[in-house]
Design a protein around this ligand. Structure first.
Ligand SMILES: [Zn+2]
Length: 451
């Protein structure tokens, strides 16, 4: 195919022309240019038309996606916006929003660094660290990734090519943008994309299935595993023994005989010291329920597409995981699994010995350390908002050493004390942390403090 020239004008189907300004990058499917259209800058993806199996149906699918718009208003997607007209040879492309500043690619986050072009030509490129501001932010990003795919799946479509190049993430806030949305298609339809090695479901690698919602779910588990454990869920000693990763080896290790590195019933592919140190180190620090979720995903779920974890359940687990991070006042920050248990519902900081009580609300367990926050998803019926703070564990200003939950929700909480007296606690008021105390946050959203 012919590449576009800088200053070349490309006709847009919706009318007008886009002016090509510069090349932004290239991949297997085409080249991405920065263009100016109707006074605004966009990214234009221009396809290597010979590499598209059926250009006409691919183009029609793109047009339909543009007409439908992005799921849920599109805030989390860099969605196709305008289709170009076709050139004489059939070539075409589409316009999308440019990736905003402040976002890093998942690939750079995974690698832990990125190369920045020198300000002055001829000087060496500079290596910059890329990492999340905190563990909380990383989990916010994980939840946002899952929520974006749930929105897409609920709209009846599948992404088909989930991989680490498909996201931009703000490492300070956890905001996520899903890019490369041009392969999105109604579930059950496919326009030629297979996926990226390492992310494809085994049945796709083997050629037994085309990408769909269920194979997306497999790829989503891979993305989350890579985010949390900084390694490949199927790459252990068995894979390392094969010196050359030929296509045939890919077919064996990711298709016909995939073995999870921590398969409890098959130790043939364990992570190797000196090679998979991240996975070995990080696998230890996550709570059991998360390790079980990944074990299920890459053992039973690898063969049974219908058994794969649905997005709704990932969201619940990831919110619980976020609630499981304890920031003890002594400075110790870790998942609750690192804290010693005093009894069923009380933890002890291994660093300073402080006792940390637990509250059960909805299906969640909340650890009530000083500074711990309640979120809207805990105190309001049907809410999944895990960012809006509705309560904070604070020390009583007069009685030092006494802790309570300050109501920051704007709602009046009904509190049942252990002596069976019922009191209302309005915004700004506090609820003491007493064993057996029950709170009705909102229309029967009930919590109980467990010590
Ligand atoms: Zn402590």
């Amino acid at each position: 195919m012919r590449e576009l020239k800088i200053r070349e004008r490309i006709e847009i189907e919706a009318g007008g022309e886009a002016l090509v300004e510069k090349e932004l990058g290239r991949g297997g499917q085409g080249i991405v240019y920065q263009v100016r259209y109707r006074g605004r800058e966009y990214a234009l993806k221009w396809y290597f038309i010979s590499r598209i199996r059926n250009p006409e149906s691919f183009r029609n699918n793109l047009r339909r996606n543009i007409e439908d718009g992005a799921p849920e208003g599109g805030k989390q997607f860099i969605w196709p916006l305008f289709l170009t007209k076709q050139k004489e040879n059939g070539a075409f492309g589409y316009l999308m929003q440019l990736a905003p500043r402040g976002y890093d690619s998942f690939t750079d986050i995974y690698n832990g660094y990125k190369w920045e072009k020198p300000a002055v030509k001829g000087q060496p490129a500079r290596k910059h660290k890329v990492k999340f501001a905190s563990l909380d932010v990383m989990l916010t990003a994980a939840i946002n990734i899952v929520k974006a795919f749930r929105a897409l799946h609920l709209s009846g479509k599948s992404y088909q090519d989930l991989n680490d190049g498909g996201f931009f993430i703000d490492t300070q806030t956890g905001d996520v943008l899903v890019c490369d949305c041009d392969n999105v298609a109604p579930d059950g339809q496919n326009f030629g994309i297979g996926g990226m090695p390492g992310f494809m479901a085994p049945e796709v690698v083997r050629g037994l299935a085309m990408p769909n919602v269920l194979t997306d779910r497999y790829s989503l588990a891979v993305v989350l595993f890579k985010l949390f454990f900084r390694g490949d869920p199927l790459e252990g000693s068995k894979v390392l023994k094969c010196v050359v990763m030929t296509e045939e080896n890919d077919l064996i290790h990711y298709g016909k005989d995939p073995v999870f590195v921590y398969d409890p019933n098959n130790a043939s592919n364990r992570p190797v010291k000196g090679v998979h140190d991240n996975v070995i180190r990080l696998w230890q620090i996550y709570p059991d329920f998360i390790r079980q979720a990944f074990t299920m995903s890459f053992t039973y779920g690898i063969k049974e597409p219908n058994a794969r974890i649905i997005e709704k359940n990932w969201v619940k687990m990831l919110i619980q995981l976020k609630l499981d991070i304890i920031h003890c006042s002594c400075g110790k920050t870790a998942f609750s699994s690192v804290f010693a248990s005093q009894n069923d519902h009380t933890l002890v900081c291994p660093n300073c010995g402080t006792a940390i009580y637990t509250m059960g609300v909805k299906d969640y367990e909340v650890h009530l350390y000083p500074g711990a926050r309640l979120f809207d998803c805990l105190t309001r019926k049907g809410s999944e908002d895990f960012l809006t703070v509705t309560g904070t564990v604070v020390e009583n200003r007069i009685k030092k050493g006494l802790f309570g939950i300050k109501n920051q929700s704007g709602q009046t909480w009904k509190v049942l004390f252990p002596d069976n007296s019922l009191r209302e606690v309005g915004p700004g008021g506090g609820v003491p942390i007493w064993k057996g105390l029950k709170i009705d946050f909102d229309d029967k959203v009930k919590a109980e403090i467990l010590l």
